[in-house]
Design a protein around this ligand. Structure first.
Ligand code: NAD
Ligand code: UDP
Length: 359
């Protein structure tokens, strides 16, 4: 049983991971400035888990706060066994318009966190990297040793952090660091109580489709119908957010089990290994919600790649982790979340979990 500090734990992936951590018996403290989330997600996490967590509302760039938080208060044991680091900004288009905000939040924020961790001798870290570090891959499926490149400031911030973590590990090989490269996280917890809550028009496909299905938006724009893919639309590796959350527990387990005094730098893809096109996803969502999703094929979105999906084998070999949930599960769970929370977390009362939901 571990004591985990989860930065960005109130957000989409963080909240699902907090739930898995609590359900596995770990203690959880969330550090989140709530710039893209609300406390309501964590209230629901606690009600689903039947256990409490601590929320510290604050910023990862606040070194004094981190110092106080990580301070072991005179005890020989560090205050936390591990840090799971989700906090960051993630909108690609916004990063092009405001690169400095992205380098400040993501890169400087991580430097600040790592300095405080080093000072407190908390040296186990799981970091949210992204398939975006593969840039425009020469081929698919993508393995971890593929060349990396950035096509926008958001991707550049992830590359810089990955490099920083590698340098840190080389300077002190007692660190145990997991760099988890997520493919496309979608879906929601099967209870319908926690899910993705985009502010304004969603940038990502699945939440957009879901808002079209419920009638909040008129029509999906399919960005490009002339890619060299089976149906001409972009292909991605969609992974259920609960599978992704479980991947973090597997990484933590692996890092914690390393022999005393030895470190580890673990870099793995977290994906399903299955490529799904935009039109395939639309069809699967139509089946899940029983409605027609109107769509129109328009020009390609600048910066998009034709196909991006993982070779997921390394995660299976090293972590014993593999995605379990199907595309139908992802759509059904995203739809349940959408129907139960048409305004996301901007609702005063907590809806009851739907019957038969599994956790
Ligand atoms: P999210 O925006 O829902 O969650 C991020 C959380 O971090 C939010 O709760 C936000 O309030 C908090 N935060 C941001 N800056 C902060 C700061 N300076 N101090 C404290 N808290 C801060 O995003 P998510 O989808 O849950 O993504 C989590 C992580 O995974 C991010 O680092 C993101 O880049 C990465 N990632 C996400 C995706 C995706 O498609 N969702 C894909 C690959 C990687
Ligand atoms: N996409 C689309 N319409 C949208 C949003 C996305 O056609 O409104 C396409 C996009 O071009 C890509 C796929 O859906 O081929 C996944 O896009 P998303 O932004 O969700 O993920 P990413 O491109 O970051 O992998």
């Amino acid at each position: 049983m571990a004591n985990a500090l989860v930065t960005g734990g109130a957000g989409y992936i963080g909240s699902h991971t907090c739930l898995e951590l609590l359900q596995a018996g770990h203690s959880v403290t969330v550090l989140d400035n709530l710039c893209n989330s609300s406390q309501e997600s964590l209230k629901r996490v606690q009600s689903l888990a039947g256990r409490a967590l601590d929320l510290v509302q604050g910023d990862i760039r606040d070194f004094d706060l981190l110092r106080r938080l990580l301070d072991s208060r005179g005890s020989k044991q560090p205050a936390f066994d591990a840090v799971v680091h989700f906090a960051g900004l993630k909108a690609v288009g916004e990063s092009v318009a405001q690169p400095l905000a992205y380098f400040d939040n993501n890169v400087l924020g991580t430097v600040c966190l790592l300095r405080a961790m080093a000072e407190a001798a908390v040296k186990i870290l799981v970091f949210s990297s992204s398939a975006t570090v593969y840039g425009d891959p020469a081929s698919v499926p993508i393995s971890e040793e593929f060349p990396r490149s950035a096509t926008n400031p958001y991707g550049a911030s992830k590359l810089m952090i990955e490099d920083m973590l590698e340098d840190l590990y080389r300077s002190d090989p007692t660190w145990r660091i997991g760099r988890l490269r997520y493919f496309n996280p979608v879906g929601a917890h099967a209870s319908g109580l926690i899910g993705e809550d985009p502010q304004g028009a969603p940038n990502n496909l699945m939440p957009y489709v879901s808002q079209v299905a419920i009638g909040q938006r008129e029509c999906l724009q399919v960005f490009g119908g002339d890619y060299p893919t089976p149906d001409g639309t972009g292909v991605r590796d969609y992974i259920h957010v609960v599978d992704l959350a479980k991947g973090h527990l597997a990484a933590l387990r692996s890092l914690s089990q390393a022999e005393a005094g030895t470190g580890q730098l673990l870099t793995v893809n977290l994906g399903t290994g299955v490529g799904v096109s935009v039109l395939q996803l639309v069809k699967a969502f139509e089946q899940a919600c029983g409605r027609v999703i109107p769509y129109r094929v328009v020009a390609r979105r600048p910066g998009d790649v034709a196909a991006c999906y993982a070779n997921p084998h390394l995660a299976k070999t090293l972590l014993g982790w593999q995605a379990q949930r199907s595309l139908a599960d992802m759509c059904a769970d995203a739809w349940r979340w959408q129907v139960q929370n048409p305004q996301g977390y901007r609702l005063v009362s907590t809806p009851a979990p739907s019957t038969g939901a599994t956790q």
